[in-house]
Ligand binder design. Sequence first.
Ligand SMILES: Cc1cc2nc3c(=O)[nH]c(=O)nc-3n(C[C@H](O)[C@H](O)[C@H](O)COP(=O)(O)OP(=O)(O)OC[C@H]3O[C@@H](n4cnc5c(N)ncnc54)[C@H](O)[C@@H]3O)c2cc1C
Length: 285
Amino acid sequence: MVTFHRPVDLAEALQVRAETGAIPLAGGTDLLVRHRNWAGTLPRIDKPVVYVGHLQELRRIDISGNGSGPQMTIGASVTYSELLDHPTTPQLLRDSIIELAAPGLRNVATLAGNICNASPAADAACALYALDAEVELAGPSGRRRLPIAEFITGPGRTVLNNDELVTAIHLPPDNSTVKYYKKVGTRRANALSKLSLCACARIVDRTVTDIGIAVGAVAPTIVRDRDIEQHLQNTATEQVALRIPQALQQYAELIRPIDDQRSTAEYRKHTALALIEQFLTHELH
Ligand SMILES: Cc1cc2nc3c(=O)[nH]c(=O)nc-3n(C[C@H](O)[C@H](O)[C@H](O)COP(=O)(O)OP(=O)(O)OC[C@H]3O[C@@H](n4cnc5c(N)ncnc54)[C@H](O)[C@@H]3O)c2cc1C
């Protein structure tokens, strides 16, 4: 038997969470699978559950912005299908969602669920790393906001407190001119990543002015390294090739995959480095 709370608004959801430590439930596509039981029986969850998928405060997509482009605020309970329908959703995020699970699941599953699950193989989270997303949390002492790389601290671990909820994901304007998304999985649909690469860059007057490279499923958390990126920034496109060997050497140190049922560490490392090389060699022109 699971105690199930269906609060009327965010304030009540936070109150339930603070008073009972109830586990948040959005689409349930991770949570209910994690707690699945014998076939034909209900999931077994030893704590109360608080449903947040219907809360209006978390179901909004807001667009704001200044001269540099639209900023997106994506409510925690917005589904993947709604994001695919929205004209402002950045192409890199869109590409990661199109290959995530299958349409029926995307009708209920959420970005917030993907990042709170904190799997290093989380596909949408990988795009959010490359896009400089920030996570907004609410709790009894108010709201706080932090970069996604600070929100996720390890496999299955985040800084979310027991009395907090994720309320939104913030995306700064996406001014990239190059986008590159590659997911390596066993099938085209309903397959978790063996590894993935989400990368974007801005090229102005044949110079790389900005770059973001995130690699999924190759380390305890998604890999993104600002120092390596800085070394590639402000480089004329025809000079990028000179910097690739050093960048690959640095990524080789950060990419520390494991063997599991989906792939081997050796395959993951080899393929991740090959994809980074392909992006740097063939996309930045
Ligand atoms: C068949 C299948 C295929 C899949 N394929 C993929 C895939 O290709 N790529 C991929 O990355 N994932 C995949 N997944 C995993 C899953 O669908 C995603 O991670 C999804 O984004 C989870 O979202 P959800 O809303 O269902 O989360 P839930 O299951 O509802 O929750 C997941 C976690 O987030 C927490 N949570 C949810 N909302 C909040 C909130 N507002 N505040 C705080 N905590 C919250 C929950 O407590 C739980 O710990 C697949 C799952 C299935 C079953």
